[in-house]
Design a protein around this ligand. Structure first.
Ligand SMILES: Nc1ncnc2c1ncn2[C@@H]1O[C@H](COP(=O)(O)OP(=O)(O)OP(=O)(O)O)[C@@H](O)[C@H]1O
Length: 425
């Protein structure tokens, strides 16, 4: 049984209370956040794409529409990012069991066609992805009618504390919550999820601790597909804003490299695994230049071979710019990380992922077979998607076209057995 406490979200730690394996479990205490208790608000008339009733609730001055059937008494604020605000609540499943969920209210979903397309992708992927370590949508709704369609809510299973908060708590309190076995188990689950994601021909593009959640048992879930795209998509103008910079690969920040490939996600895995080991972000550059310096100080400046590839895929001018930066030799990883006493396997794993040339970086298939993860790896239980996901979102569409498409997407949302039932009269 987990020991859940409910206190302020900034203060509360997630603390593993027991050693992880042999059964691949690591107890983590998980916190709640602020609880908001209100007078009972009225149920609306039936409205929205699926004709449901809602109650309006304020959380941190943000108005949330809570569908009939959900618990609206106690809403906890989980956080807000670029694309929305998230609260936690529950609903009763058909079997009477309480399901804890995260409800994300998207911020200005129809601000522009690009934003609308991101939302479309996210809702599609949240229905297509079916994997233990990947979040899936239980419900999607809007309380608006088509004429004033502006608010979209996505409901996912509550997946636990964000890894960002666990790491922040470690730093703030100077405690070590994540021990070597936790680091390995978290990394394994991340790679297991990525194997599925890449096999579907999807790149996540925004892997970072804030997009990973951990349960009390140290089960990891990849959240948030807002920036993901398929490799087949014609939209190949890949801008550098796509990922939080600290976890972004050098080929994404500094030079275009062939087409943007899923090895960029592997770079993020390397940064996350190193941060799990040390407790500190690996390349926390305040700007793109400082970021580049930090990367090359550890991983070395581009080799002649890589420079040739950069020139081939970009221009001679780009090569010159890169050569004009201060040149660094690759450091000895064993020496660099020695105070954290990593295993030889972990050092080898990091060495093979934190490689500037994406063509030489470990692929997800190679990573899952690496000796570092052998303790957890069960090849028969590491599913692939079995097909490429085609999002059919490469066509340029206007804002109002996206509005119609997303309205239909919500109307036709594929409910799961664990989804809340829409009350019928
Ligand atoms: N299903 C979920 N289970 C648990 N926590 C969640 C879930 N979905 C979102 N969260 C948490 O809610 C918070 C806000 O999420 P959101 O995706 O809006 O922002 P973010 O990922 O922090 O930032 P950004 O979107 O700018 O990258 C995060 O701390 C995230 O971990």
């Amino acid at each position: 049984m987990s020991t859940r406490r409910h206190t302020d979200s900034e203060e509360e730690p997630a603390t593993p209370t027991s050693a992880p394996p042999p059964n691949k479990r690591c107890n983590m205490e998980e916190n709640g956040s602020e609880a908001f208790i209100f007078d009972e608000p009225k149920l609306s008339e039936k409205c929205g794409p699926t004709m449901r009733r809602f109650r309006e609730k304020q959380v941190r001055n943000i108005s949330f529409a809570i569908p009939e059937g959900y618990n609206y008494d106690k809403l906890e604020y989980l956080g807000g990012g670029t694309y929305g605000n998230v609260i936690k609540t529950t609903f009763k499943r058909e079997n009477g069991k309480e399901q804890t969920v995260a409800i994300k209210k998207l911020r200005e979903p129809f601000h522009d066609p690009q934003q609308a397309r991101k939302i479309y992708r996210e809702i599609e992927l949240l229905q297509l992805m079916r994997h233990d370590n990947i979040i899936c949508a239980l419900d999607v709704y809007s309380p608006n009618n088509f004429e004033n369609f502006k608010d979209i809510y996505i409901v996912t299973e509550y997946a636990g504390q964000s890894l960002f908060r666990v790491l922040k708590h470690q730093r703030d309190r100077s405690v070590q919550i994540l021990k070597a076995d936790h680091v390995k188990f978290i990394t394994y689950q991340l790679i297991r999820a990525l194997k599925y994601i890449h096999s579907a021909n999807v790149i996540h593009r925004d892997l970072k601790p804030g997009n990973l959640a951990l349960t009390d048992d140290c089960d990891l879930t990849v959240l948030d597909f807002g920036l993901a795209r398929t490799l087949e998509n014609a939209d190949t103008t890949l801008t550098t804003y796509v990922q939080t910079r600290w976890y972004r690969s050098p080929e994404v920040i500094y030079w275009k490299f062939g087409s943007y490939s899923n090895s960029a996600d592997m770079w993020s895995v390397g940064c996350i695994a190193a941060e799990l080991l040390t407790g500190e972000p690996l390349f926390p550059g305040d700007d793109a230049n400082l970021q580049y310096q930090r990367i090359t100080q550890l991983c070395g400046s581009p080799s002649e071979d890589l420079l040739n590839k950069i020139e081939r895929d970009n221009s001679a001018a780009m090569r010159q710019v890169i050569q004009s930066y201060k040149q660094h030799k690759r450091q000895d990883f064993k020496e660099y990380f020695k105070e954290h006493r990593p295993s030889e396997d972990l050092i080898d794993f990091l060495e093979k992922i934190l490689v500037l040339d994406p063509e030489r970086r470990l692929s997800v298939e190679e990573a899952i077979a690496h000796p570092y993860l052998a303790e957890f790896s069960l090849p028969d239980d590491e599913p692939s998607a079995g097909r490429h996901f085609d999002l059919n979102d490469g066509i340029m569409r206007t804002g109002s076209e996206w509005k119609k498409i997303i309205w239909e997407q919500i109307k036709n949302f594929q409910r799961l057995e664990t989804s809340p039932k829409v009350p019928q009269d």
